[in-house]
Design a protein around this ligand. Structure first.
Ligand SMILES: C[S@@+](CC[C@H](N)C(=O)[O-])C[C@H]1O[C@@H](n2cnc3c(N)ncnc32)[C@H](O)[C@@H]1O
Length: 297
């Protein structure tokens, strides 16, 4: 079974247990995100603190569930944060949460009566506005297997204790997370768009920190609607960045070869899953002065 998936196919309870394992990492995202990087947050904090002065700009070009951007916003690890995401459904969630409409979304979640018929009525509504798309995305992310929105995914049948679609629907928690993000939204700007374009536009931006977490080479296809990216081009662009960067990948020969080809330094980091499987991921960075091996165990 795929590790990225199992890691995030969690109940709220085990979600909390997993968090304790990686030190105190509050779960701030409304998404349960396949391939989410909550487990990497302690490392990201060190990376963002490497210059001992505040980071003026953090750019997260493949935002997904956005845990890194949210952590930076809440913990004031960066003055300004730019999130970019291409998937229109995920983008709708960020656009609404970071707008005045976030209260509408939070209230809609609290008041929604989760039955199969009500879900069908929401998903089949032919005239969806942006806030309706945002709501449907949150709904699908919570009631579809593994939180997967990509084609081929479907509703949870049995779920935890046979609770079916309600087994991962936590309206109060979702409401509170959305309202909380509203308090830091002025620090975050969101762009629906292409990571590659944003990287190209920022090649000379030497003040920025780039947290780059693309769909991976192996698991991407099943997990994301937009998975088919040009990995070589991403390495080529990353190698040209004047700012600081952290690029994460699955540990494969292909990725190691690309890093070598573009003369980029990397480290491996163990990623623990709930099933106690241990897999390594690769962290590519412009420098590793901030890296201490013992802190990643
Ligand atoms: C590995 S996930 C990011 C997970 C995120 N770091 C988290 O912790 O939740 C990669 C994301 O990149 C998005 N994506 C794929 N191609 C993209 C592109 N060209 N530009 C922007 N986003 C893209 C996918 O939709 C997916 O949400």
């Amino acid at each position: 079974m795929n590790n990225q998936l199992t890691m995030f196919d969690l109940s709220e309870k085990s979600e909390r247990a997993a968090i304790i394992n990686v030190a105190s990492v509050p779960q701030r995202s409304p998404f349960r995100y396949p391939g989410g990087k909550t487990w990497l947050v302690p490392t990201v904090r060190k990376w963002l603190k490497q210059e001992r002065k505040s980071v003026s700009e953090l750019i997260e070009p493949f935002a997904g569930g956005g845990i890194v951007s949210l952590t930076a916003a809440f913990e004031r690890l960066a003055d300004g944060i730019v999130m970019v995401e291409m998937d229109e459904e995920i983008a709708a969630v960020w656009e609404v949460i970071l707008s005045e409409n976030n209260k509408w979304l939070a209230a809609k979640i609290i008041s929604f009566n989760l039955t199969i018929d009500n879900v069908k009525a929401e998903l089949n509504n032919p005239n969806k506005e942006l806030h309706d798309i945002a709501f449907c995305t949150i709904l699908k992310n919570r009631i579809f297997h593994g939180g997967i929105l990509a084609k081929g995914s479907g509703m949870i049948k049995n779920g935890e204790n046979g609770k079916g679609i309600t087994s991962r629907w936590y309206p109060k928690t979702l409401h509170d997370r959305i309202i909380a993000i509203g308090y830091v939204k002025d620090r975050i700007s969101f762009k629906t768009g292409d990571a590659f374009e944003v990287l190209e536009q920022n090649l000379e931006n030497d003040k920025a920190y780039f947290f780059i977490d693309p769909p991976y080479t192996k698991a991407g296809k099943r997990l994301y609607t937009y998975y088919d990216i040009d990995h070589e081009r991403l390495f080529a662009l990353t190698a040209q960045l004047k700012g600081k960067f952290m690029l994460t990948y699955d540990d494969t020969n292909e990725i190691r070869q690309l890093a070598d080809e573009y003369r980029l330094d990397y480290r491996t980091i163990p990623m623990k899953t709930t099933h106690h499987l241990q897999k390594n991921e690769i962290i590519v960075s412009d420098n590793f002065s901030w890296w201490t091996e013992s802190n990643h165990r």
